[in-house]
Ligand binder design. Structure first.
Ligand code: FES
Ligand code: ZN
Length: 303
């Protein structure tokens, strides 16, 4: 296996590109992909303040590392969601990386700061913990970015995540979600901060290689609630397709972005947005779900 670029000894073979790379040329390829994605979708530039959402897993750690290394103005943001040991371990990994590399980091703890418990809320609301957790995270990413004057919120979503989400949304024609699925989601309200996914063309395996080569510490465990999640089943199915026909995931995403998404764009742009009567953040209802969660948690402790 020879490196396609320098003809040295290849250490990683990327089937969908029919190409092997040595360590240095892999890093060159990885860097190029990230730069290309940022430029192609006009995600941000060196003048922008970017809030990077960090979970402590390989994808977000890779994103934080590469953006900082490339000289972007990045601040990490970690939310402790109160998921037992998983949250404690990931917070440690994230804090130690920030400290070792002299990087800015914002840490929020939903229990200590807002009195929120995703397990109690999911019982009270009869919603899955993942869905409660997702609403809280989306709210806080945007609020902290908006309050802190950031121009974009960047997440470590990779090609496998994006293809699995797309498959799930296509299977039930979730028009609202399809409208929002994009590597860059421009703001449609002055209080909504732009969302970007610079790693959307890189796979989980490529992100793993990147963190291993750069000796970046990361949390190997997945969130315990991911077990049995539909997204894992979609990833399995897509992996089987990819095995038979390399490049399937990338084609699925790029052709959707080029030809499919425009049919749903109106759905995104036409949602009626309001400002929450309690916190002032953007919502589609009178009181946003985060404020309802806080209210519900307080009522429950008072009773
Ligand atoms: Fe939110 Fe797993 S990270 S439930
Ligand atoms: Zn609110």
């Amino acid at each position: 296996m020879k490196c396609v670029r320098c003809k040295g000894k290849g250490i990683i073979y990327l089937k969908r590109h029919n190409a092997a790379f040595c360590q240095d040329c892999f890093l060159y390829y990885y860097n190029n992909q990230v730069k290309k994605n940022i430029k192609k979708h006009r995600m941000f530039d060196k003048k922008d303040k970017i809030l990077v959402v960090i979970s402590g897993g390989k994808d977000s750690m890779a994103l934080w590392h590469i953006l900082a290394k490339e000289g972007y103005n990045v601040t990490g943001m970690y939310i402790n969601l109160g998921i037992g040991q998983y949250s404690d371990k990931s917070q440690q990994v994230v804090e130690s990386f920030a400290q070792k590399n002299g990087l800015e980091l914002i840490v929020k703890d939903i229990k200590k700061e807002y009195g929120l418990d995703i397990y109690k809320l999911s019982k009270l609301l009869k919603r899955s913990t993942c869905s409660v957790c997702g609403s809280i995270k989306r709210y806080l990413f945007n609020k902290i970015a908006y309050d802190g004057g950031f121009s974009a919120v960047a997440t470590g979503h990779n090609l496998d995540d994006e293809a699995a989400t797309l498959l799930g949304n296509v299977l039930s024609w979730e028009e609202g979600y399809l409208a929002r699925q994009s590597p860059v989601l421009e703001s449609i309200h002055p209080k909504l901060v732009k969302k970007v996914k610079p790693l959307y063309t890189l796979t989980e395996r490529e992100n793993l290689f990147y963190v291993l080569i750069n000796k970046i510490e990361f949390l190997h465990d997945e969130c315990p609630h991911a077990v049995g999640a539909r997204s894992i089943m979609y990833k399995d199915v897509l992996n089987r397709l990819e095995e038979e026909s390399p490049g399937t995931k990338q084609r699925f995403i790029t052709s959707f972005l080029e030809k499919g998404r425009k049919h749903f764009q109106d759905v995104y742009e036409k949602v009626e947005l309001k400002e929450c009567s309690i916190c002032g953040q953007v919502t589609t209802t009178d009181v946003c779900s985060f404020c309802r969660f806080v209210r519900l948690s307080n009522q429950n402790t008072e009773n």
